[in-house]
Design a protein around this ligand. Structure first.
Ligand SMILES: [Mg+2]
Length: 360
């Protein structure tokens, strides 16, 4: 039997609970205890974060606003205040830095921390995580959940185990069993398309994945096979990277059936633009160049772009540019299996750069 190699790393994944919604409920007492969704309730709006009261109704992140309203008729839509979220994010980030400088933010509300050797000299990573959660609660009035483990893969899954306001510790000897019962779609690195392909192959859980050999996985998943093979065994040796500079922000989607119909293409690009806007606001990465990507049924890829004199700062302009770039390609010479939209030439220097650097 293989077992995870002994690893000296102590990794914590911290994830703020229903972050945007919790900040709104903290700052506006009339929203407390209510089903709220931060994001747009309009025809093209997307839910960025739902409060736990709204999640009971099935409202989720990235869900179209109209669908969310059908699920929960009393849902209150709140316009996002990204400046407020970035400010809290910076506060939380400062709390992390009291313990370690090896911090990898995934977004405003999530980060990996390597606390193997921490500034506080605390040998127990669990105690570090508890201390961080206590300080976050004390200094921001918000709750965070933490996953503590020996690698990033498991720490991230663990932080989700006991949400909200929870802690979960997975020790090296428990890693493989922990992954075994996990639905594969929850593994960070298994996207929705891969998850469906795995499902079609009868792979639903970590245990199902563990039962397939490397050759089988390579046949079906190519270069990602080794990552999945090792993940199924609770292994992941990716280090925690200190803050990365982002050069672009993008969103893309692969479709089950190749798209040809104009109405459907335009609808998808509008949806992708709305999701991209959420991501742009979250990262503070406003860019001057909008890039459309199309992958055709024969796997050939084209990109088309348009640059503006100043960064794109409105969801409407982003959606309009995306649609215009797409319309210029119609009718498509064959079906599209993937559409993507991104912004490049992000503001690099000055204020925005500082905000990016402060982002969690
Ligand atoms: Mg979160």
């Amino acid at each position: 039997m293989e077992s995870p190699p002994p690893s000296p790393r102590k990794i914590i994944h911290i994830d703020m609970d229903a972050f945007y919604a919790s900040v709104e409920q903290r700052d506006d007492p009339t929203l407390r205890g209510k089903a709220i969704a931060v994001g747009g309730g309009g025809p093209r709006g997307v839910v960025a974060t739902a409060s736990y009261e709204a999640r009971v109704f099935g409202v989720r992140s990235a869900m179209p606003g109209a669908r969310a309203r059908r699920l929960c008729p009393d849902l209150i839509f709140v316009t996002p205040r990204f400046d407020a979220y970035r400010a809290v994010s910076a506060q939380v980030r400062e709390i992390f830095s009291r313990f370690t400088d090896i911090i990898q933010p995934l977004s405003l509300d999530e980060a990996y921390l390597d606390v193997t050797e921490n500034k506080a000299g605390i040998t127990s990573a669990t105690r570090v995580a508890e201390e961080i959660r206590r300080l976050i609660r004390e200094e921001t009035g918000l709750t965070a959940s933490a996953g503590v483990s020996y690698n990033k893969l498991i720490a991230k899954l663990a932080s989700d185990q006991n949400k909200p306001d929870g802690l979960c510790v997975v020790r090296p000897q428990e890693g493989e069993a922990f992954i075994a019962k996990m639905p594969v779609r929850r593994i960070h690195g298994v996207g929705p398309v891969t998850a469906r392909r795995m499902q079609a192959l009868g792979i639903e859980t970590g245990a199902d994945l563990r039962a397939r050999d490397l050759l089988f996985l390579q046949t079906h998943f190519g270069s990602s096979a080794l990552f999945y093979y090792r993940a199924a065994r609770g292994e992941d040796d990716r280090p925690v990277h200190e803050r990365q500079e982002r050069k672009s922000v993008s969103v893309e989607d692969t479709f089950f059936d190749d798209l040809t119909e104009e109405a459907r293409l335009v609808e998808e690009i509008a949806r992708i633009a709305a999701n991209l806007w959420v991501r742009i606001e979250k990262s503070g990465g406003y860019g001057r160049t909008v890039v459309l990507k199309i992958k055709f049924a024969d796997f050939r890829i084209i990109t088309r772009s348009r640059s503006f004199p100043a960064p794109v700062r409105s969801a409407d302009l982003l959606a309009q540019s995306g649609c215009a770039l797409l319309r210029a390609q119609l009718p498509l010479r064959m079906g599209a299996r993937l559409l993507g939209l991104g912004v490049h030439n992000l503001e690099g220097d000055g204020e925005e750069g500082d905000q990016l650097a402060l982002a969690l």
